[in-house]
Design a protein around this ligand. Sequence first.
Ligand code: TTP
Length: 697
Amino acid sequence: MPVAKPESCDSRVIAHIDMDCFYVQVEQRKQPQLRGLPTAVVQYNEWKGGALIAVSYEARKFGVKRSMRGEEAKEVCPQIHLVQVPVARGKADLNGYRNAGSEVVSILARRGRCERASIDEVYLDLTDAAETMLAEAPPQHLEAIDEEALKSHILGLNNEDGSDVKENVRNWIHRCNADHRDKLLACGILIVAELRMQVLKETEFTCSAGIAHNKMLAKLASGMNKPAQQTVVPFSSVQGLLNSLPIRKMKQLGGKLGMSLQIDMGVNTVGDLLQFSEEKLQERYGLNTGTWLWNIARGINGEAVEGRLLPKSHGSGKTFPGPRALKTVSAVQHWLNQLCEELSERLCSDLDQNKRIAHTLTLHVRAYKSSDSDSQKKFPSKSCPLRYGTAKIQEDAFNLFQAGLREYIGLYGGKSEGSHYSGWGITSLSVSASKIVPIPSGTCSIAKYFHWQTSSHFSSIQSPENLRMDATHLSPPGEESWIEDTIPGLGLQEQKINVWKDEDLACFPSKKKEDGLTEDTSPLLLSGTQGCLEQNQNKQQREFSKDESRFKSEYREQKGTRLNNKGTSSILKFFKSCNPSGASLSQEHDKTVQGTDAQLTNGAGFQSRGHSLAELNEVEVAEENERSSCSYIRDQDERRREAWSYNIDEIDPSVIDELPTEIQDEIQAWLQPRKRPNNIVKRGSTISHYFSPTKKS
Ligand code: TTP
C-alpha cells in the first residue's frame, strides 16, 4: 500500500539512475564485438528460441520487443545476435548481472546516499553534494560546462524556436535569478552527468537518469529519454508533466489501485486527480492512500532515499511450467539441492564481502493437485532459522518442503515418498534467505560468531516426520525462532503468522506447540545472554569444532569457485573498440533530442516498461497452452492471466526484489490480500454516482 509521507520542507536533489538494456550491456561487455549491433538476451528455454528478456536499442529499431521469442526476433531482425542467459545448475544464473549492478552502485554511492532499488536501478540523494557545490563552486560562475551535462533534457525548457538546445541548457544552468530549488537542480545536472561518465569509464555501461526534487519525479523522468541521457524536472514543470501522465504509468498505480481509479473514479491521468479533495480521496481509499493520492497529483512525495547498497534478501528459484512440473519427492529434492547450493554460495559471498549474515530461510512453492476439490488451497510457504553450510540449508529446505507438503495434501492426501507420483505437481520452487544483518560489532571473528550460532543444534535436525523446531543455532538474541508459515510472495516481515519469540521459549528443554510439534529450546535463545552462552559452551565445544571445520572448508571451496565477473577490456580498449556503439548511441540521442518537445507536451515519451514482464510471461502462457492442456491451471489463475497477461506460475518469488521496481509493485499488488475499501463501490459505478448528492457519506 502506498505510504503518504509529507514532503520534506527543504529542497532536495534526487536522482534515479536506470541502466540501459542492462543484461545486453553486460553480455556486450563480455563480447565486445557485439557492441553497436542488434542484440538480445534470451532466457534459458528450448522453446522457439527462448524468451527475450533484454533488447538492445539497435535491435529495438527493427521492431524487436521483449515480448518476443528468439525465433520471432530473428524474423523481424535476421541479423540479431541472441545471447543466452548464463546457466548454472540447470537454471538461469543471474550472478553476473547482480555483480555488474553492484559495480555501478559502488560508483554512484560516492556522491550521496544511495538506494539500490533493483538489479539495475538506483536512487541517489544528492542534496548535500548539491548544497556544497552551490556554496563552493556555483554553476552560474562556471565557464566550461561538461558536454554530457549540456545534453540534458530540462522539462519545460522551450526549444521550439530553433535555438541551440545545448545553449539553452547552458543558459538555464547559468541563470543567476533562478530560485534556490532550480539552482540546486543545476548542481544536480552537473553531478549526475559526471557520475554517469564515471560509470561508463569504470564499467563500460551507459545509464539514463532522472533528476528532480523527489523520488517519484526522478523515477518518472529517468525513462523519458533513453538510452544514455538525463532528464531534469524543475519545480515549475511538475504540474505540466503530471497533468497528462496516464495514471497507470505512476509507480504503485499499475495494479489494482490504478484500475479502481480508472473504473470507479473516472481518473485517467494524474492531473484528473486534482478535482478531488483530500477528504474525498480518503473517504474512498482510506486516510493514508487518500492523502498519498492527493499528494502525487501535486508532485508531492516525501519518501526518503534509504541508504542501502546491498540486497535485502537472497533467493534462488526455478519454475517448472506445464509438463515440466515436478511430480515426485525425489525430483523436488534434486532441484531443492541445486537451489540451495546456489543460495549457499551467495550467502558465503555476502559474508565474505560484506560481513553480513542471514537469519531466515524461506521456502516458497507453487503446486497443484490433479484431483482436488479444494483447488484454491495454496502450498504453504515455510520459514525457519537459517543454518550456514550447503548441506544444512539443503536439509532444512527439504524438511520445510516435507512439512508444507503434508499440510498441502492433508493427512490422508496420499503418500509422498521417493519417486512415486502422488497426485500433485510442483510448478515453482524457490528458497530465499532474509533478515540479513551485519555481523554484530564486537564479534571478534566470523568463526566465533558461528560458534555462537551453531552451538547445540546438531542433535535436533528438523525431521520431516516429527518436525522439530531447531532454533538454537540461528537466531541472535531477540530474534524470533521458529517455524513460520508464510504467505507466498509477501515480504517476510508481513508474513509471520506463527512466530515464536525467544522469550516464549524460556529455559525449558522443550515446548510442545498446539499442533504437537516440538520446539527444541536451548538456553542459548535466552535473550542471548553471555551467561547462557558460557553455560553451554563447554558441552558443545566438541560438536562445534567438527562443524566449524566443515563450514570453513565449504566456505573456502565456495570462495574459490566464485565467478569473477569483472570486465576484461580496459577503458582505453573500450573507447577504441566501441566506436560503433558510441556512434549508435549518439545517433539515438540526436533522434531523441529532436523528439523531446513532442514528448514533453503529450506525455507519451515514457518508455513503456511496466508491461514487459506481462509480455514476457504471456509468451510463456502461449507455450504452455500449446504444449500442454494441463488441468492444473485453475480458474483463479486463468482470471489472473486475463487481467495481468502473465502466468503467476512463471514468476520466481525469490527474484522479485531484483526486478525493476514497477514490476515489483505490480507483483506485490497482486500478491497482497484483497482489502476492501472503506466504502464499497461496485465495479463499473461512476464517479458521479459515487459522489452524487443523494449519497450519504
Ligand atoms: P529493465 O530496466 O526493465 O529494462 P532494460 O534495462 O533491459 O532496458 P531499458 O533500457 O528499457 O531500461 O530491466 C532490467 C533488466 O532486468 C533487463 O535487462 C533484464 C531483466 N528483466 C528480466 O529478466 N525480466 C523482465 O521481465 C524484465 C522487465 C527485466
